[in-house]
Design a protein around this ligand. Structure first.
Ligand code: FE
Length: 247
């Protein structure tokens, strides 16, 4: 089987969240899809190891916040690569409370749904959770984030808990996506730095010295070795020790 075929499926990226016994929990998902129009029903897929999974089943409610294209990447790091068992992911994140009581993340979101769980199915590593949409709203007319754009822009991998995670050994060499190529063409001419690209071993973010890291105030042309000692991955907050040279 050619596992790269899975990368041709199109998705968005969402924060799925709930509140159970006073605790707010949530995670990043690409698997949320509408099943029916009237009444509106939606399904999500949630890894059983995910700290949020049981809490969604117990609370019988969840929200879906649809992330915008130019998302604050710290949200992806927090909700996609860290566990709610170790930290409160909602600290410093702006939310509103849905009718069901689930928290809706409004930072970097274009729209949201409030959902009541109707049913769930054990599908092995994940639960498939089916819900009725009881409320929804639009926050912005900006473009929503797509999974393809996220992969192309940040050159990142899926977390191991994601239903779309594929063991890198199973993937044949894939051609660069059209989005990546377009962005490369639009980019400024490369500066000579003579330094390599480093990849975060936690989330897969790649530090390219030609681009620097404007989100962290690092100008283009800064070699990885010249980054300040307290530099941290803009996605998952890992420190420099977690980076490995890839080219
Ligand atoms: Fe990282």
């Amino acid at each position: 089987m050619n596992y790269s075929a899975f990368h041709k499926l199109s998705y968005g990226l969402y924060i799925i969240a709930t509140e159970y016994e006073g605790e707010k929990v949530g995670y990043i998902a690409n698997t949320a899809f509408q099943i029916t129009a009237e009444p509106s029903k939606i399904a999500i897929s949630c890894n059983k190891d995910n700290y949020s999974a049981q809490k969604i089943l117990d609370s019988k409610r969840f929200s879906i916040s649809i992330l915008k294209k130019e998302v604050d990447t710290s949200l992806i790091g927090k909700f996609g690569f860290m566990s709610g068992s170790d930290m409160n992911k909602f600290q410093g994140v702006e939310t509103i409370t849905a009718k069901t009581g689930a928290p809706i993340v409004i930072d970097s979101s274009v729209a949201w749904f409030d959902c009541e769980v109707l049913n769930s199915m054990d599908v092995g590593s994940h639960y498939l959770i089916i819900a009725e949409v009881v409320d929804g709203g639009v926050l912005s007319n900006e473009e929503p984030l797509t999974y393809a754009y996220y992969h192309a822009k940040y050159k990142m991998r899926s977390p191991k808990n994601a239903p779309t995670y594929i063991d890198p050994d199973k993937l044949a060499d894939e051609p660069e996506s059209e989005i990546a190529i377009e962005e490369q063409l639009a980019a400024e001419p490369a500066k000579e730095t003579g330094d390599g690209i480093y990849s975060c071993t936690i989330c897969g973010f790649q530090y390219d010295p030609e681009e620097g890291d404007p989100s962290m105030g690092i100008p283009p042309g800064t070699a990885f070795e010249d980054l300040p000692e307290d530099y941290r991955c803009p996605i998952c907050n890992a420190d420099k020790d977690f980076f490995k040279k890839v080219s």
